[in-house]
Design a protein around this ligand. Structure first.
Ligand code: AMP
Ligand code: TRP
Length: 326
């Protein structure tokens, strides 16, 4: 089986956009690949964060990933990046073969340097170098990511190539991205991509009451002001969400009702809310149990780190030899 690697930053409780855009895919891929998944806490240090929340976030993300069907340690490996010090070690070595100009070109660096203009640190620039180390430490060949990360995987190929050329070896494979069929979930504002930083999300473990509270006030077709106005489902994110969570009949009912003003937005949202609640109920239940009980998640992460360190230390031994370190 080919080795697959992917990482997710513990920047908040995973939302239904993360679920449909990434986690669901991770779950499917663990059947086809030798999959290694990491909660990449070191990457999350490159922007402002709250140290008192970090460990809880990492733990919560692990619990939710397991609840979503990431079957570690049986069918994949799940670990926390900072538990495997070789990530930082290899990243440093990769820093020495990565052209600065390649890093300055990265669109994520450019946009984060703007959004976090008070904190444009060296780690923000070197972020994709650490990402290359994540993948190559395990000689990952396949990397499932969203569209926005493709440039970083290209950079990982450049790093592998530069390293191999510099030291006259073919040690590192050039990893390939595997872009998931773009399920881009829009947020409750009806406009932007669902995202924690925009506070327009529904979390995977959102309570049923809260799912409804959020949907109740979510933006619909802005042109449909009163109940008797006809709406256009093509301009309504609630309609898009129905496509992701509802049956064919319900989708049709919602579209038709909207176009003819046969139903109100409230009714339309209630059906959607029930479907979202139902879809995530088993995951939520499992995640809450794992969060409560703690020891399962701790054990999975400890085993994951041990397995990862085992592979990583083998790679670093080879790398030290290749570099000619004493
Ligand atoms: P982020 O939370 O932005 O670091 O994203 C983690 C993963 O979830 C990445 O693979 C993203 O592509 C995916 N993702 C994030 N937000 C969305 C969204 N609104 N719709 C679909 N996928 C998303
Ligand atoms: N940068 C990725 C993101 O923001 C997360 C990530 C870190 C990653 N290391 C990785 C993804 C290695 C794939 C492979 O989504």
């Amino acid at each position: 089986m080919k080795r697959l690697f992917s990482g997710m930053q513990p920047t908040g409780s995973p939302h239904i956009g993360n679920y449909l855009g990434a986690i669901e895919n991770w779950v499917a891929l663990q059947e086809q690949f030798d999959a290694i998944y990491s909660i990449v806490d070191l990457h999350a240090l490159t922007i402002e964060y709250n140290p008192t929340e970090m460990s809880r976030r990492v733990f919560e993300m692990a619990a939710i990933l397991l609840a979503c069907g990431i079957d570690a340690p049986n069918r994949c490996t799940l670990f926390v990046q900072s538990h495997v010090p070789q990530h930082s070690e290899l990243a440093w070595i990769f820093n020495t073969v990565t052209p600065l100009a390649e890093l300055y070109r990265m669109t994520q660096f450019k946009s984060k340097a703007e959004t976090h203009e008070k904190n444009v640190n060296c780690g923000l620039l070197a972020y994709p170098v650490l990402q290359a180390a994540d993948i190559l430490l395990y000689k990952g060949e396949v990397v499932p990511v969203g569209e926005d990360q493709v440039q970083h995987i290209e950079l990982a190929r450049i790093v592998a190539r530069k390293f191999n050329n510099r030291f006259g070896t073919e040690y590192f494979p050039e990893p390939m991205e595997k872009v998931s069929i773009a399920k881009r979930v829009r947020g409750l504002d009806g406009q932007a991509k669902m995202s924690k930083s925009l506070n327009n999300q529904i979390d995977v473990i959102e309570s049923p009451e809260s799912v409804w509270e959020k949907l109740r006030v979510a933006v619909t077709d802005p042109a449909r002001i009163r109940r008797k106005d006809v709406g256009n489902p093509d301009n309504c994110n609630i309609s898009s969400l129905h496509e992701l969570f509802s049956t064919a009949e319900q989708i049709e009912w919602a579209k038709n009702g909207c176009r003819t003003a046969g139903i109100g937005c409230f009714e339309c949202k209630r059906v959607l809310a029930d479907n979202i609640i139902q879809r995530f109920a088993p995951i939520r239940e499992k995640a809450l149990a794992l969060l409560e009980e703690k020891s399962t998640v701790e054990r999975v992460l400890a085993q994951g780190a041990e397995k990862a360190r085992d592979i990583a230390s083998g790679t670093m031994k080879d790398v030290r030899g290749i570099l000619g370190l004493y």
